[in-house]
Design a binder for this molecule. Sequence first.
Ligand SMILES: [Zn+2]
Ligand SMILES: [Zn+2]
Length: 289
Amino acid sequence: MDINEFIMSNEAVIRLSFFLGIFAVMAIWEFIAPRRILTVSKVMRWTNNLALVLLNTFILRLLFPAAAVGVAVFSSEQGWGLFNYYEVSPVIAIIASVVIMDFVIYLQHVMVHAVPVLWRLHRVHHADPDYDVTTGARFHPIEIILSMLIKFATIILLGPPVVAVVIFEVILNATAMFNHSNVRLNLVVDKWLRLLLVTPDMHRVHHSVEDDETNSNFGFSLPWWDRLLGTYRDQPRGGHENMIIGIHTYNDPKQVSWLHGMLCLPFIGRINSYAINRRSWGSESDSNE
Ligand SMILES: [Zn+2]
Ligand SMILES: [Zn+2]
């Protein structure tokens, strides 16, 4: 059996195995060495956040049964995209594809903060009043569908090797769970690790209620885009234990922690200014009035 066929027929199992394995490791790590005390009970958080993850998985399977891997196989059969058009050594094509797709995710993340209607969707991820492994997969279904369509477009233009798409998805999933975890990591290890990988302390800054901190550290896997494009911030002003996680004006547990509240969140409230403009401390913030 050829490698692409093998990946096509097993991609769901491959991704699910990595998801469950890394989830279990991070969950145990959070239990042994938590970084912060949670404000909402873990049972409540996990039931609702994981219910949303389950719903998203179901919707994606229903809408796009062939998934990103299917689009990569189709593109390679059609000869579409950069790496299908030009002859490049497979190793270089794989590495370049994974790095470029990660950059697209960074740009997409900046975009969902910059465009008001998209920020409405992305608020669901940020409204989580705590920060743990389940936050990493907590996105509104419409944002999940949008991400998938952007991924499809990227694959069609880039023509990455099929195996690169699987590697990218597994890495993205793994790093999202890792860097959203409520784990205590040795500060020296964190300092060195964040040269290569977005660490929990680095991404936590992005989940601060302070607007200028929220508009920093957009990277999911590779930390370089934030450093190169000027959106990097080392630490939160209030320190990791004392900083407040979430969005200023969204505190009602029914809205920010319960499944039906999360699903309705994009459709309520007003947004006063372009979210991305909120770069300085104390400027006018997103209002819920
Ligand atoms: Zn964000
Ligand atoms: Zn996040």
